[in-house]
Design a binder for this molecule. Structure first.
Ligand code: SAH
Length: 489
């Protein structure tokens, strides 16, 4: 079992600082005895430009079986043998995660007494796990790491390189790259997500695992789109523990996010329960504005990209002008909620044939997105890290190329009007950025020009004379204004 963590640097900011961050000197190889074998830390390379630490865990399969006794396995006649002959010795798994927390415990906490400023600063990082058991395959690997700011390469490992016709194993070779995360955050992601992907804990999961999960998940698990899957798998699908963890995460979220109030004003699904005196919630106004733009465009087949919990899909279904509606989201959890909201299982065949929910990431070109009349990106772009935005632009405007694209995003200038939002805060914990009207327009015009679209802008919500509307919307069309005029003439 093996993984490497590497960084790059310069003479002023040497890569060998990694040694301080990991509390392991790059000059020596060290060995630590853990409950299931010996963990070695060594540095295959260590100079100012590049420094890589390797963690290698030598498993003692016999100790593993002895320790695992209490787990009460057995039953099938070959179960006894399976205890000895399995992938534990070489595949990264919960064992590696435990070794990681044992060997790098201070680093995981972000403690660096010698150089505290180092621990707090993000570094360019590259992590490689050559053999990672991944239940859910490369798609799940990406869905777990990408929302945290990682560039993910997950290649399926062939069962046997000599016999490609045997197909892929359940393992992937994983490479993670970033320059926006700290070493401590990176270690905490691995500590939680390696066993989640392995989905087979080597030990009995006791209630104090909830504490461990919440400690390691601090600052990232709460806002993760796959929070439920992570929590449930990490806790070995023990439902009572999973529920406890989810409830505690929700409490943390409520306590921490000063902006939760704004988001609930904003996204108040209470649209359905609204009374006449209450102003129409912004989320509803946004859907109305999107529907209007789509109707004007004459679209019949529509993509809702980053459809979340399916409110817009539901609204689109109510209008028979939309003959085919596809909701796409990276989050299975959101899609499950969407499908419940739509009662897909109880829908009549005629309606059901008009709607589809599929999982996919907008950061990748996807053949399934081709051939539609229009695409909507409602409150989605701000959930992507800026460096990943060009990938989405290409996937939507370059490859899928619907005639019309409707994009909405918060107008950050309006934030001063939300009384409950402290100055300088974004509206939602997962927003990676919020743009001024000028910034949004500059982005939209560049995208339009690059991909041959015309674009126009519309306010959504009250258009404040000073700071503009709370939501800004851009309607892109391949029929530029000029062409429209030419047609009309
Ligand atoms: N469109 C909905 C939801 C907006 S929240 C609405 O207007 O209410 C943003 C959504 O984008 C989330 O559901 C999130 O899971 C999804 N998302 C974020 N990054 C994504 C990506 N790379 N690919 C697909 N969906 C993504």
């Amino acid at each position: 079992m093996f993984l490497t963590i590497g960084t790059t640097g310069t003479a002023e900011d040497p890569a060998t600082d990694l040694g301080f961050l990991l509390h392991k000197h790059p000059g020596k190889a060290q060995a630590f005895s853990t409950s299931h074998g010996t963990a070695h830390v060594l540095y295959p390379e260590a100079d100012a430009e590049r420094c890589t630490a390797a963690l290698l865990l030598e498993i003692d399969p016999v100790a593993l079986v002895r320790r695992g006794k209490g787990k009460g396995r057995g039953g099938a006649p070959d179960a006894a043998l399976a205890q000895y002959v399995n992938d534990r010795p070489y595949a990264a798994s919960s064992l590696l995660a435990v070794a990681l927390s044992h060997v790098f415990s201070s680093a995981m906490k972000g403690v660096c007494t010698a150089r505290p400023e180092l621990a707090a600063a993000p570094r360019p990082l590259r992590i490689e796990v050559p053999v990672l058991p991944a239940r859910g395959g490369p798609a799940l690997v990406r869905a777990l790491f990408e929302p945290l700011g990682w560039e993910v390469t997950a290649e399926p490992v062939a069962l046997d390189a000599e016999f490609p016709e045997w197909g892929d194993s359940r393992y992937v070779r994983l490479v993670l790259e970033t320059d926006t995360l700290t070493v401590a955050a990176a270690l905490r992601h691995l500590y939680v997500l390696l066993p989640v992907l392995d989905d087979a804990k080597h030990y009995w999961v006791s209630p104090d695992e909830v504490d461990k999960l919440l400690r390691a998940g601090e600052g990232w698990l709460g806002g993760h789109p796959e929070q439920k899957l992570i929590t449930s798998r990490y806790l070995a699908r023990r439902w009572s523990l999973t529920r406890e963890a989810m409830e505690r995460l929700e409490l943390v979220r409520l306590a921490e996010s000063d902006d939760s109030e704004v988001e609930s004003i904003d996204n108040a699904v209470g649209a359905e329960t609204e009374t006449e005196e209450r102003p129409t919630p912004l989320a509803q106004q946004r859907r109305d504005a999107i529907l209007a733009a789509l109707r004007e465009s004459g679209a019949a087949r529509v993509l809702d990209l980053g459809c979340g919990q399916g409110q817009l899909v539901q609204a689109l279904l109510k209008d028979p002008a939309f003959t085919e509606i596809v909701g796409i989201d990276v989050s299975m959890r959101a899609l499950t909620i969407a499908s419940r909201r739509l009662r897909l299982d109880r829908m009549g065949e005629r309606v059901a044939s008009r709607v589809k929910l599929v999982q996919g990431s907008l950061a990748y070109t996807d053949k399934r997105l081709k051939g539609y009349d229009a695409a909507v990106l409602s409150e989605v772009i701000e959930h992507l890290d800026l460096p990943r935005l060009p990938a989405l632009e290409y996937a939507v405007f370059g490859a899928a190329r619907p005639r019309t694209v409707v994009v909405t995003t918060p107008n950050v200038e309006y934030n001063v009007r939300w009384e409950s939002l402290p100055a300088g805060h974004v509206r939602h914990g997962d927003h990676r950025f919020e743009w001024t009207r000028e910034e949004f327009r500059a982005w939209a015009r560049t995208v339009a020009e690059r991909h041959g679209y015309g674009v126009e802008f519309r306010p959504v919500g009250p258009d404040d004379p000073e700071v503009g509307p709370p939501t800004q919307m851009a309607v892109f069309s391949t029929q530029t204004v000029n062409e429209k005029e030419a047609k009309a003439a």
